[in-house]
Design a protein around this ligand. Structure first.
Ligand SMILES: N[C@@H](CCC(=O)N[C@@H](CS)C(=O)NCC(=O)O)C(=O)O
Length: 337
């Protein structure tokens, strides 16, 4: 009887062990992180002249690669149109997306993915040619608006029209490129997406100043990386790496000073974050220096924001609600302990 019990327990343990194929293990075995990314949005993610991906979303992914693979370059970026981004994660085509994706209930609960943590607080807006002479989105009655399929922008647009009693015709395109081309070709009176993307995409036009971003922000778009539903460890890793970059900003830890802070800081919070005390890495299945490597690779949240959206960039997107909570914004790091 005892023998049978032991065998049953053993077989349960073995089944659990073989059924468990975690993303962390897969990624470390492959030695590369597959990351879904946009098809090219300056500031967020775009290949430079040498084909090297750069941007805010890119750096978030590089931080994860630094933490789990000790190398921020070990990433295969997979450009995804909006309508592909959820399925690419749920099907396992990519290990995560770092791609301007809004956290909504349906996506989270019904579509086989989990959101991790908010990297950017955005909201939807409208862009119109200045020549249209429109100053407010509430005055676009009768307009045709270009929008990309598979985005939250579609439903927000319909909601906005209904709420304000406006007749707006949505011209929906399969990809952003098609939607944007239709707008610049004059097929639509306006173009709608997240405001940060409007600011970004406008810089790619031949005459950016001929276009106006209207003042209304019609929705909340909390953008978050996505992972496959059901792998809690992997979700924890992506969540805590990004949270760690926000915590680094809160604590004045930068790419340049992280190594020095690691050995010299006598602040117990910093010592724990940088692996000098406690063992937070092991809770994630990582080593002690997981966060040191992430910060060293891309800097803290504020450094990343400034590098891609700050005043010295072409985009110059004010930080607004993306400031730390201590400065009137919404980013509030969870305790690393
Ligand atoms: N945040 C919204 C919109 C996201 C979004 O990424 N929108 C477009 C339309 S401009 C897009 O595909 N952009 C990036 C790309 O080039 O792939 C969502 O989650 O649905």
């Amino acid at each position: 009887m005892k023998k049978v019990m032991v065998l049953i327990v053993l077989s349960i343990v073995m089944t659990a062990a073989t059924a468990w194929s975690g993303t962390l293990e897969d990624v470390q075995k492959k030695g590369i992180l597959a990351c879904g990314i946009s098809e090219g949005v300056p500031g967020f993610s775009i290949p430079d002249s040498k084909g090297h991906w750069v941007g805010f979303d890119v750096d978030m992914a590089r931080a994860v690669a630094a933490a789990v693979l000790s190398d921020p370059e070990k990433i295969k970026f997979v450009p995804l149109a909006s309508k592909q981004k959820i399925i690419a994660v749920s099907s396992g085509q990519v290990d995560l997306t770092s791609r301007t994706t809004t956290w909504t209930l349906k996506r989270d609960a019904k579509q086989g993915v989990d959101f991790t943590t908010i990297v950017f607080y955005d909201g939807q807006g409208f862009m119109v040619p200045k020549s249209l002479g429109v100053e407010s989105a509430t005055k676009i009655d009768g307009a045709t608006v270009c929008v990309t399929a598979g985005t939250t922008s579609e439903l927000n647009l319909a909601d906005f029209a209904r709420l304000h009693g406006l007749k707006i015709e949505a011209l929906v395109f399969d990809g952003k490129k098609e939607a944007l081309n239709a707008y610049t070709a004059g097929r639509c009176d306006g173009f709608t997406t997240d405001v940060s993307q409007l600011a970004s995409l406008r810089t790619t036009f031949a005459s950016p100043m001929a276009h106006k971003i209207l003042p209304e922000v019609i929705s909340k778009e909390p953008l978050s990386p996505l992972v496959r539903h059901g792998d809690n460890q992997w979700k924890d890793i992506v969540t805590w790496v990004i949270n760690g970059l926000i915590a680094a900003e809160e604590n004045g830890i930068t790419a340049a000073n992280v190594e020095e802070m690691k050995v010299k800081s006598n602040n117990p919070v910093i010592q724990r974050m940088l692996g000098q005390s406690g063992d937070t890495g092991s809770y994630l299945g990582l080593d002690k220096e997981w966060l040191v490597r992430a910060i060293k690779a891309v800097g803290n949240y504020g450094e990343i924001y400034d590098r891609h959206f700050g005043p010295s960039t072409k985009l110059n997107i004010p930080r607004g609600v993306n400031k730390l909570w201590t400065q009137g914004g919404l980013h509030y790091a969870l305790p690393i302990r």
